[in-house]
Design a protein around this ligand. Structure first.
Ligand SMILES: [Mn+2]
Length: 424
């Protein structure tokens, strides 16, 4: 199904007076309003193909109704999200969960919905039916060269799918690691990983990038071969200009200063992309902004400042993607909430008085520096996000429209109540 533009406009009209009043109040003191709104309109966040169904945990999975049954239906769902918020104009595919059997028709369907294809993701953390060799003890770092070769070939195959769809990046996350001390020679594991990545790197088209994601633990609980940003950065540096580090917010130990990592990776030109989610304990994959919105703001403050320092385009020079799992919420509502939270943090970061902050830092005026940051963070920017959505043809209140139009009920009618999307 599709949400008609006129349905969104009709519902917007019902709230336009309240919106205007809130908006006028919110922007009264804002000097560069047009610039901020333009940036908000341009800012899009990719939706991963595995986030459109209800996820599970290792204890169970409680699927909702009307989940997408095919890649086509997943693309339709991203189209729905984009129609509502005008901020989700791309989809990131996971191979082999979402192999495009007919790339041309998939591409056409996506472009009809105003979508393109973001990074493609490989998977060597599971064995697939009919697979010759097992990844039980790792993939690109494996002690057996034959296993490494199989994993390399898979990544090269994923690049080929991506080329057919117009993607420009391969995103690699390895679960390779060890569960017990003594299981692994760290140096050999790293060296094997590097050599495997070098072969994959050689297969990248000229205008492609490879994004190297890190994670400290899970599924392995003693060591992970690409466990932190240092290990990812080391690999990316040795590989070359087409390789960079991908930061997933949930892939850090508790208390880690993620904003500082982001700042330095940006400084070195090695921040490739971002996976947004939120967490309280570990890699919880919760809705963005649901647990620690202040941290998200501090990260965006570094992103904006660091990208401006390098003259980068906020919207397009870094890969922005949600990587979350929805166990108890409607996946589309959850994704709409995540995108809103990201845009709120981005807008607040755009409001930071950079010149005043720099002066406070140079004067060691610690209290003033904090005041300046929190002044931006405590500004209610929701009317700006709503105005940006309105100007781009989206809904003032995306979730409200999703509910008022009974979108999920219609999807259940179309697809059935016992559907299960591919993914974790
Ligand atoms: Mn991730």
């Amino acid at each position: 199904m599709q949400v008609e533009k006129h349905s969104i406009e009709e519902l917007n009209q019902q709230h336009i007076k309240d919106h205007r009043r809130r908006f006028e109040f919110a922007v009264a003191d804002l000097a560069d309003l047009d610039e901020v709104l333009q940036k908000l309109v341009a800012f899009n966040i990719a939706i991963p193909s595995w986030a459109l169904g209800t996820g599970g945990t290792r204890f169970g999975r409680f699927s909702g109704g009307g989940e997408p049954r095919s890649l086509e239906e997943k693309i339709e769902d991203v189209g729905l999200i984009h129609a509502l918020n005008r901020s989700s104009n791309s989809i990131s595919l996971h191979i082999p969960w979402d192999i495009p059997e007919h790339p041309d028709s998939i591409k056409t369907l996506a472009s009809q919905l105003g979508l393109h294809f973001d990074a493609v993701n490989s998977n060597t953390f599971q064995d697939q039916p009919g697979q010759k060799l097992s990844y039980k003890f790792g993939s690109l770092h494996h002690v057996d060269k034959a296993v490494r070769k199989q994993a390399i070939a898979h990544n090269i195959e994923v690049i080929k799918y991506g080329v057919q769809l117009g993607s420009k990046a391969l995103s690699v996350w390895l679960s390779d690691g060890s569960n017990f001390p003594g299981q692994l020679n760290f140096r050999k594991a790293f060296q094997n990983t590097l050599e495997s990545l070098q072969e994959i790197y050689e297969a990248l088209p000229d205008d492609w990038k490879v994004w190297i994601e890190y994670k400290p633990f899970e599924p392995n609980f003693y060591s992970t071969t690409i466990g932190d940003w240092g290990q990812s950065y080391l690999l990316a540096s040795k590989l070359g200009n087409k390789a960079a580090t991908l930061v997933d917010l949930g892939h850090h130990l508790q208390g880690c200063n993620i904003e500082q990592i982001v700042s330095l990776l940006l400084m070195e030109g090695k921040l490739a992309g971002f996976h947004f989610n939120d967490s309280k304990y570990g890699d919880d994959d919760l809705t963005v902004g649901s647990i620690n919105p202040y941290q998200l703001f501090l990260i965006f403050k570094e992103l904006v400042e660091g990208m401006d320092a390098r003259g980068m385009n906020h919207a397009t020079d870094i890969g922005w993607m949600i990587d979350a799992s929805h166990n108890v919420k409607d996946p589309i509502e959850d994704l709409l909430q995540s995108v809103q939270a990201i845009k709120i943090a981005y807008a607040q970061a755009l409001l930071v008085d950079k010149a005043a902050l720099e002066a406070a830092q140079n004067n060691n005026d610690v209290a003033l520096a904090q005041e300046i940051l929190q002044q931006a963070y405590r500004t209610d920017v929701r009317p700006l996000i709503a105005e940006a959505s309105l100007r781009a043809g989206g809904a003032l209140d995306p979730i409200g429209v999703f509910r008022k139009l009974n979108v999920r009920e219609q999807l259940v009618k179309e697809r059935g109540s016992k559907t299960v999307a591919t993914g974790l």
